[in-house]
Ligand binder design. Structure first.
Ligand SMILES: [Zn+2]
Length: 456
């Protein structure tokens, strides 16, 4: 019997790959060690924010030998199987997309979940796998798996530094990629995931000829502010260095939007704007009465429709999609957005359930049949025909078919290590109570291998 409630929260060690004299992979004017540090520091902040015990092997540009790195990992929370090691890397060698590599001693659950979540950000996914040492196939190929004792280590390769598309994706969406990993790990260890709070969003990659002054001017900020949020002391920048960029300052001259100020309460804001606390909460999708300074609230009016969301500091398309049970693609589609960059105060329309389920496109290839396409996309011939208004089963090469997206035909789920009713409810977009009702459960106890009905 496996009782998730009784288990202590697992611990995370984040390992930014490479560093110092070891730059890691190089391409497109960028160094792997800079991206791994940027990604890892943000990841560290996020686990902190979620209350998960977390440590990091380096938080600056220092060199670590493999032995020093392993010793550092094992010294954080000991050599224990309740420690998860996330070793962050950027690949090179002419491919495109993300990979996750897990240790021979571990199940594939977390690697699979991380890669699936990365796929939801829009990044291409390649595979999750184990890799064996050719000279001794009973051992792991990578030292981070082989020499890290009883911990559960994963190498996450977010993309290829020598692929322009991947580098662009990293520059614009590294936070979404981190959120994908944080959410997968949170689910795995049974910690409720919440989107980022008051964290800084955009980034800028230093180009040849840039100075702090020219960047500050271009971005409408100051040299001091850039130094402050990037922890920079002097004026030295390197080409390819990634800077955090302050979000633009906004004012609430927009009459239907209110910016929360120090000392504000929902009650006072409701009074001042002729509305009620309940209406404010439902309009802004608030689950409690806590406000943050700088938070943007929608005020009731005929001008801002109900199914909209106002982008807050720290939001990403991915975090908004998670909050509203939709997808990044659906959000972009209904809002006609091309890039993943958002501005604070931007008003987004939230897709309807139908729009969220949406569809993707597939171009018919030589040899395809409706049957083979349905099988490949885990759907049915009937579903394909109805979605595409097809009268018969004839296809022509080059024909573009809509494919039902984000749909699972499964109605049952087999409990895996690390699952809780909560994490399963999240995965299948249902509630703990509903799961208990469907399965006649009187407690929250699950056993590995138990088969749960997840939907009717
Ligand atoms: Zn690497």
């Amino acid at each position: 019997m496996y009782n998730n409630e009784d288990r202590e929260v697992r611990k995370i060690v984040i390992d930014p790959g490479h560093g110092g004299t070891d730059s890691g992979a190089v391409g497109n004017n960028a160094l792997e060690k800079d991206y791994t540090l940027l990604i890892s520091k943000y990841m560290y902040d996020r686990f902190k924010e979620l209350g998960v015990p977390v440590a990091i092997t380096r938080d600056s540009d220092v060199t670590l030998s493999p032995t020093e790195r392993v010793n550092s990992i094992l010294s954080k929370f000991g050599n224990n199987d309740d420690v998860i090691v996330l070793s962050n890397h950027i690949n090179s060698g002419g491919g495109q997309g993300a990979e996750v590599i897990y240790a021979l001693r571990n199940p594939d659950t977390l690697a699979k979940n991380i890669l699936n979540n990365i796929g939801r950000t829009g990044q291409t996914t390649r595979k999750y796998y184990q890799r064996r040492l050719p000279s001794n196939p009973s051992k792991d190929y990578y030292f981070i798996h082989r020499n890290t004792g009883r911990t559960e280590p994963l190498i996450v390769e977010y993309g290829f530094i020598d692929n322009q598309k991947d580098v662009n994706f990293l520059n614009n969406n590294y936070q979404d990629l981190v959120e994908a990993v944080v959410q997968a790990v949170s689910n795995y260890i049974g910690v409720p995931y919440t989107p980022p709070g008051n964290m800084i969003s955009n980034t800028y990659t230093v180009q040849r000829g840039d100075t702090l002054y020219s960047i500050a001017n271009r971005l409408g900020t100051t040299v001091d502010e850039l130094r402050r949020i990037n922890n920079i002391e002097g004026n030295t920048l390197s080409i390819g260095q990634i800077l955090r960029v302050p979000m633009e300052t906004i004012t609430d001259n927009e009459e239907d939007i209110y910016i929360v100020k120090r000392g504000d309460t929902l009650y006072q804001i409701a009074l001042d704007n002729n509305t009620t606390v309940d209406e404010l909460k439902s309009l802004n999708n608030l689950t409690n009465n806590t406000l943050m300074i700088g938070q943007l609230l929608k005020l009731p009016s005929n001008l801002v429709p109900e199914d909209t969301y106002i982008v807050q500091r720290g939001d990403s398309l991915y975090s908004i999609a998670s909050k509203y049970n939709t997808t990044v693609d659906a959000l972009k589609e209904v809002n006609n957005i091309e890039s993943n960059i958002l501005t604070v105060g931007q008003v987004l329309r939230i897709p309807t359930v139908e729009e969220s389920q949406g569809s993707t496109a597939y171009t018919v290839q030589k040899g395809d049949s409706l049957y083979s396409i349905a099988r490949d996309f885990n759907t049915t011939v009937d579903e394909l025909k109805s979605l595409n208004n097809l009268e018969n089963n004839l296809l022509s090469i080059g024909q573009i078919l809509k494919i039902p997206a984000f749909q699972s035909l499964e109605t049952t789920y087999t409990v895996e290590r690390g699952d809780s009713l909560y994490s399963i409810a999240r995965k299948f977009d249902t509630t703990v109570d509903r799961l208990k009702q469907l399965n006649n459960l009187s407690s929250n106890l699950l056993s590995i291998g138990q088969i749960l009905i997840v939907r009717e």
